[in-house]
Ligand binder design. Structure first.
Ligand SMILES: CCCCCCCCCCCCC[C@H](O)CC(=O)SCCNC(=O)CCNC(=O)[C@H](O)C(C)(C)COP(=O)(O)OP(=O)(O)OC[C@H]1O[C@@H](n2cnc3c(N)ncnc32)[C@H](O)[C@@H]1OP(=O)(O)O
Length: 729
């Protein structure tokens, strides 16, 4: 009987191998075979339709199982096909799913891995769904700037209701098998061999009518509440989406699920066409692929040093120096990935505070297991045996050099020494060691256990093996690693300089901090530059400017013209706040004021008065500044700096810059990243002309001077994609 059944292939192989057809008595199994994620490329769709038709024709067949071969059930449409001729080739996914739904013989989807997007829509069109315990399902299309366009917006609410469907579809969350079972999205969780279990299950339901199993024929359980649910959702989604159009369009499609199925499907199709042809969908799909493409890194100048040839060292234990906010966050990330950590901090109180934070942050379930991987110490000799050290001490070159000298003398010769500096010269740090080839920058972002970006900095002497190890470590701990070259601020913070500088200049001319923040937040950032400054602490930038000699704790350096430093325009408003002890949220006041215990940024009349007096003192005439000007004045100089970075070979490709900004700086994903936005949304020529026009108005704002590369690209009509493979780099 079933359990003892021999699973031999009786399959005929006349169909495309991308949907293999095999029979087990009365059961046909269609196995999608399109590695790596079994996406529905044209040949898969054709193979499935052919297989379904053959199964219908064969009177000996009484049920059909659909599964994925290899690592997963289909994870959705083939996104690389979007916009190409194959995407439109029939059969499209909708006709495949219609053939499944209307099949007179029961169709069972047997899920392992991730049934996502079109894959989960296929499962929902099937009459039964089985899943292994580790499977996950979901409709993540919103992250690609589209909606579940193969019936997902119509079938899902018919099972879970409009409210849950909106929640699932607008967040794109993946649901674990057990939760899917409790929501009624799968019928059974099966242990053991999925193929055997699925065939057995299919046999057990043969002969039962399929009509009442068709989700398309059901009605939405909470239909009478749809108006109020949609209204409530609209409010949160519009705020959360910050300019992304897909989430609200998904809601509109889901709203149509209370209509007859065919009418709802028509509405879904129209809304899908709207999103597919929007500028946001390609931007988000670019972001999806770029996140993966940065894994294929190469030296910004020397393409021979790359991911294909460089072999990473095996890292089993890591030392972390410094138990401040960054050191603690890095330690948590490493522990969560199962690495052994030796955390060193010379200040006992700080070390104790760090240990408490680590304990609190690690999830209850695995805390003791993770904590057993941690050793804490105040003694450098405890680092003698680790494979790698990440230094996360205060941002001072003098201190970092001291630490690296000690590390060089104490750690084993093959250990890699990494600095979490956010912008100091890696070569100067490496120069104090006898192993500059093993020194690398690993710039984490706060909170380091949450933020996904890891900016890895290649020094002049960093070896290919060392950089490969840093990139591999990023993958191990679930970060998106980007390889960049060494320059002040590297990629991320260097580009932030012009952005923040120009934002402060806007205050001189008439804007208030809240005007600037509002415009930038409406563009899509979670926080504008002033709220962000208050959150990070205004003293970080202030200390940096003091270290560079641009200001002092008492005010401008002697004999300095108030609005200039080293020949460049300079606005001291941020320094003035710091001199008053207004360091941001942590002191209850910065650009904004904060009620005790609250993080809500409240406009502060004291700051407004300070800015007014400053304008009067220096002869600035207040004017009204439009949101458009604010966005252009802040973001175009940031983008311009990106062109300088490409020109200098600090980043190998524009996508490395985009990924840095998407994952480290909250750049809105629906615009693709700063460089994508510049080229594909605004247009390089328009960026250039705007910079020229602003520069004519503000000749002493040096960041507004267009980069030679930008000029050259506009003159020649070169694309950023071509630049990545261009001999120039
Ligand atoms: C003119 C307009 C007309 C409009 C008419 C409307 C008609 C509509 C008809 C279309 C219907 C389609 C409807 C459907 O709802 C749309 C979709 O299904 S969109 C896709 C939804 N699915 C996803 O978003 C899943 C994306 N993938 C992932 O989340 C992850 O890859 C994973 C599956 C969880 C696996 O993760 P990992 O194991 O970490 O592996 P990687 O992420 O590294 O991926 C490995 C490899 O695979 C590539 N890849 C992954 N998913 C896809 C995909 N869906 N398409 C193509 N390629 C994919 C990924 O890029 C990696 O590639 P590599 O970097 O290794 O080259």
């Amino acid at each position: 009987m079933v359990n003892t059944m021999t699973l031999t292939w009786e399959a005929t192989r006349e169909f495309a191998v991308m949907a293999e057809y095999s029979t087990y008595g009365s059961v046909v199994v269609l196995q999608v075979n399109n590695p790596p994620v079994n996406s529905f490329s044209y040949h898969v769709r054709q193979g499935l339709v052919d297989g379904l038709e053959k199964a219908q024709r064969d009177p000996a067949i009484r049920s059909i199982v659909i599964m994925g071969k290899g690592r997963t059930f289909p994870a959705g449409a083939d996104v690389r096909e979007f916009g190409t001729a194959s995407a439109g080739m029939m059969p499209d996914l909708l006709s495949v799913l219609a053939a499944v739904d209307t099949s007179p013989k029961p169709v069972v989807s047997a899920i392992h891995g991730t049934a996502l997007g079109g894959g989960f829509e296929l499962a929902l069109a099937s009459h039964y769904r089985l899943a292994v315990p580790s499977a996950r399902v979901g409709l993540p299309e919103v992250h690609l700037g589209i909606l579940p366009g193969a019936g997902g917006t119509q079938r899902l609410p018919r099972v879970v209701g409009v409210k849950t469907a909106i929640q699932m579809i607008t967040t794109g969350q993946h649901i674990k098998a057990q939760q899917a079972l409790s929501l009624g999205l799968v019928d059974k969780i099966v242990q053991g061999d999925l193929l055997k279990e699925a065939v057995s299950f299919a046999r057990s339901i043969e002969g039962r009518p399929v009509e009442d199993r068709r989700i398309s024929q059901k009605t939405v359980p909470d239909a009478e509440k749809v108006g109020e649910v949609v209204d409530a959702a609209r409010k949160t989604i519009i705020r959360r989406a910050r300019g992304a159009i897909a989430p609200m369009t998904c809601v509109q499609a889901i709203q149509a699920s209370v209509l007859p199925f065919d009418v709802g499907m028509q509405r879904e199709r129209e809304l899908m066409a709207f999103l597919m042809t929007s500028w946001q969908a390609p931007a988000q799909q670019y972001a999806f692929f770029s996140e993966r493409e940065v894994r294929r890194w190469s030296h910004p100048r020397d393409k021979r040093v790359n991911f294909k040839t460089a072999k990473p060292r095996v890292i089993k234990s890591v030392g972390v120096v410094g138990a401040g906010t960054m050191g603690v966050g890095i330690t948590i990330s490493l522990l969560q990935a199962g690495l052994k950590v030796v955390l060193l901090e010379v200040n006992k109180k700080q070390l104790d505070r760090g240990i408490t934070t680590i304990q609190k942050t690690l999830s209850q379930k695995s805390a003791s297991q993770r904590m057993s991987l941690l050793t804490t110490t105040m003694d450098y000799s405890a680092l003698s045996d680790v494979d790698m050290v990440i230094e996360a001490v205060f941002e001072s070159m003098r201190l970092k050099k001291e630490v690296f000298k000690k590390l060089d003398s104490i750690t084993k010769p093959q250990a890699i020494l990494a600095s979490n500096t956010s912008g100091l010269d890696i070569d100067k740090i490496a120069a104090v060691t006898k192993r500059p080839d093993k020194v690398v920058g690993t710039h984490f972002f706060a909170p380091a256990n949450i933020m996904r970006l890891l900016e890895n900095i290649l020094g002049k002497h960093t070896s290919a093996e060392t950089i490969a190890t840093a990139m591999q470590l990023g993958t191990t701990i679930g970060k998106v690693g980007v390889l960049v070259g060494n320059c002040p601020g590297f990629v991320g913070n260097r580009m932030l300089g012009p952005y923040v500088t120009e934002a402060v200049f806007l205050l001189e001319e008439g804007a208030d901090p809240q005007d600037v923040d509002k415009a930038i937040e409406e563009f899509g950032f979670a926080m504008g530059p002033f709220r962000m400054g208050d959150l990070s602490g205004l003293d970080i930038g202030w200390r940096g400017r003091i270290e560079k000699g641009l200001t002092t704790e008492q005010g401008p350096p002697p004999a300095t013209p108030p609005l200039y430093r080293r020949g460049n325009r300079y606005c001291p408003l941020a320094d003035m706040l710091c001199m008053q002890g207004r360091l941001g949220q942590k002191t209850g006041a910065g650009w904004y004021r904060y009620e005790p215990g609250s993080r809500a940024a409240l406009p502060d009349p004291v700051v407004q008065q300070m800015i007014r007096e400053y304008r009067q003192e220096h002869g600035f005439k207040k004017r009204t500044i439009s949101s458009q000007e604010i966005v252009e004045r802040c973001l175009y100089p940031l983008i311009n700096e990106g062109f300088h970075i490409l020109d200098e070979g600090i980043a190998a490709r524009s996508m490395d810059i985009d990924v840095t900004y998407l994952f480290g700086y909250g750049w809105p994903r629906h615009t693709g990243g700063p460089m994508y936005y510049a080229e594909k949304v605004v247009g390089l020529e328009k960026i250039l002309r705007s910079l020229e026009s602003y520069q004519a108005q503000y000749p002493d704002h040096h960041y507004l001077q267009p980069s030679p590369l930008l000029r050259d690209m506009v003159a020649k009509g070169t694309s950023l994609a071509a630049l990545g493979t261009d001999s120039k780099l």
